[in-house]
Design a protein around this ligand. Structure first.
Ligand SMILES: C[S@@+](CC[C@H](N)C(=O)[O-])C[C@H]1O[C@@H](n2cnc3c(N)ncnc32)[C@H](O)[C@@H]1O
Length: 197
């Protein structure tokens, strides 16, 4: 049941390099929309002091995650949970950091609203909310490839699409987060780091 996402193999180490200095030494890291599970596996192997809680709203993704966990024998990864970011009730009550990679553009805006609201409910003061993916800046694509990707996403589902960085920052700020850092990543993606105020 294990899945392999070529993009995850490429971006997991650059993401870990950005995340590592901002994560606590111990505690629970909740990943939203874990997909294949390869990011959680990579982070958990590199950061054994932390416990990782993967999740996804898709049952096949959860099966892939749990298969990876068992195959790699990682003791600091919990079984994947069924979590729809858009839901107002998540099946987890607290987390010390929340990570969401490549979901915001490939889900309705309600999922992003739910992600930030859920992070505001769960995280303690100072807790990290991290998102990764492509974003428009000032309403414009940052590269021709992102413009094409956006067109393709909206063709597949009109509710999907690359979001404006400024809208994400405004949403997070309105929910009590401070924008900590914006980091340019390979392939015209961005890391966004927010701290719960
Ligand atoms: C492009 S994949 C990214 C997976 C993984 N994070 C990665 O970067 O390889 C998008 C994932 O978001 C999940 N997803 C979409 N909408 C969601 C929602 N409302 N709540 C939770 N997960 C969602 C999908 O099931 C899928 O696994």
């Amino acid at each position: 049941m294990r899945r392999e996402a070529p993009s995850a193999a490429r971006n997991r180490q650059p993401i870990l390099d950005v995340l590592r200095p901002h994560l606590p030494a111990e505690g629970l890291v909740l990943e939203i929309a874990s997909g294949s599970g390869e990011h959680t596996m990579h982070f958990a192997a590199a950061l054994p002091g932390l416990t990782f809680q993967p999740s996804d709203s898709n049952a096949d993704a959860r099966a892939s995650i749990d298969d990876w966990t068992e195959t790699l024998g990682l003791k600091n990864v919990r079984p994947a949970i069924d979590l729809d970011a858009a839901s107002q009730e998540w099946p987890v009550k607290s987390a010390d950091a929340i990570v969401c990679i490549n979901m915001i553009h490939i889900s309705p805006w309600q999922a992003t609203l739910g992600l930030v609201a859920g992070a505001a409910r769960l995280l303690p003061s100072g807790g990290l909310l991290y998102t990764y993916g492509p974003y428009h800046r000032d309403g414009r694509p940052t590269a021709p490839s992102n413009a094409e990707f956006d067109t393709d996403l909206r063709r597949r589902d009109p509710a999907w699409g690359i979001r404006n960085l400024e809208d994400i920052v405004a949403l997070a700020t309105s929910m009590g987060f401070d924008a900590l850092n914006i980091v340019e990543m390979p392939a015209n993606n961005l890391s966004l780091l927010f701290r719960r105020g």
